[in-house]
Design a binder for this molecule. Structure first.
Ligand code: COD
Ligand code: ZN
Ligand code: ZN
Length: 364
């Protein structure tokens, strides 16, 4: 089958023929319906996040179960599923504590680019090809661990469902699961791309009273207002700190960094009030550090990370599906463009130019 393969940083993905073996025990083959184009894939293409090579990218997807391996009990052919990009072992202390997004084996496999048993089902000319985050959904078929699948209602459109697999869950989950934003509170969101817009809509869902969107791209700020932002600040043109302090004297209750830059992580910490919470969703390049003012710890500010929106995928994702079908979660508005697999490098260029909320690759 044709797949979008990463070979080296700073090169377009290659649309190459790769082989996909049958699922082994506890694995499933999924026919991919659609895959979202996320900035984390672009960070890998740009060499900012390490990526094994060669590797089929794509970590935001949904599709239909095609074939199940031995011992699979959760799902059967014909089920509609969202692909979760962190599988879980069900046995480590994190899984037992109900925090599968931190699963030791799941995170190890996801970053190593293998399935949970340390091997790959993808290959080319008999040599292994890695599966990004066990999902590798920039391809018409994917083999995943059973634990990477989340069954959903059959009346949910699969292209919309794909977005829940990363951007929507990561953004909404950071608000609801990690920060537990309270109704009536003030929220700043730094970076309003595909993930940040979902932090904005998550804050709107929780009933936050003031949602201040911060970006350097006016188009993203317009979108943020459609997604529920009450104020928009272009931090390329005005000083975000003083503008936020004017809107929310003393600082905001919650600030989210949704870009992956040390400067904006520091900015999130500076924007919160005494006792406030800064949540870092973005991942900075390897080796980068953030410095914090040592004199303010007694202000009891908190800064924390949020991985995959602190999600328990099989609990949270079906709820997001229900909210979409009730008309309370915006997904249609996120899809700016639809590309065939062959157009994937154009989709990344459009993201780089800041022209899109999200693009999807459709296999329909
Ligand atoms: N100040 C304000 N806004 C900025 C700045 C800045 N200095 N620089 C860029 N921005 C804005 C851009 O204009 C854009 O609107 C937005 O930031 C970024 O949006 P996208 O659509 O390009 O990126 P997303 O939303 O797809 O991805 C954001 C992440 C934070 C998820 C991603 O980049 C990241 O850090 N990924 C690594 C973390 C990870 O692996 N997460 C799990 C899978 S996503
Ligand atoms: Zn992503
Ligand atoms: Zn585990």
């Amino acid at each position: 089958m044709k797949a979008a393969v990463f070979y080296r940083p700073n090169e377009p993905l290659a649309i190459d023929d790769v082989d996909l073996a049958d699922p082994k025990p506890q694995e499933v083959t999924v026919r991919v319906a659609a895959a979202g184009v996320c900035h984390s894939d672009l960070h890998m293409i740009d060499g900012l996040i390490p990526c094994p090579s060669p590797c089929v990218l794509g970590h935001e997807g949904a599709g239909v179960v095609e074939k199940v391996g031995e011992g699979v009990t959760y799902t059967q052919p014909g089920d509609h599923v969202i692909l979760s990009f962190i599988p879980s072992c069900g046995q480590c202390p994190y899984c037992i504590a109900g925090r599968p997004n931190l699963c030791t084996a799941g995170n190890r496999a996801a970053t190593r680019g293998t399935l949970l048993d340390g091997t790959t089902r993808l290959s080319k000319d008999g040599k292994p090809v890695y599966h990004l985050t066990c999902t590798a959904c920039f391809a018409p078929y994917a083999v995943l661990p059973e634990s990477s699948l989340v069954k959903i209602r059959q009346d949910m459109p699969l292209d919309r469902a794909a977005l829940i697999g990363c951007g929507v869950m990561t953004g909404v989950g950071a608000v609801i699961n990690t920060a537990k934003v309270q109704p009536g509170s003030s929220v700043a969101v730094i970076g309003c791309g595909g993930v940040g817009l979902n932090v904005v809509q998550g804050a709107a869902l929780t009933g936050a009273a003031q949602i201040i969107a911060i970006d350097i791209n006016d188009y993203k700020l317009e979108l943020a207002q459609q997604f529920g932002a009450t104020h928009a600040l272009n931090s390329a043109n005005e000083d975000a700190l003083s503008a936020v302090r004017n809107l929310s004297p003393g600082g905001v209750d919650y600030a989210f960094e949704v870009i992956g830059r040390p400067e904006t992580m520091r900015q999130a910490f500076d924007l919160i009030r005494r006792g406030g919470l800064a949540v870092v969703v973005g991942l900075a390049p390897a080796g980068a550090e953030v410095s914090l003012p040592a004199g303010v710890f007694l202000q009891e500010k908190t800064i924390t990370g949020s991985s995959y929106g602190g999600t328990r995928p099989r609990i949270d994702m079906p709820k997001l599906v229900d909210l979409y079908l009730l008309g309370r979660l915006k997904l249609d508005e996120l899809i700016s463009r639809v590309y065939p697999l062959e157009g994937i490098n154009d989709a990344f260029e459009a993201m780089r130019r800041g022209e899109v909320a999200r693009s999807i690759v459709s296999f329909a």
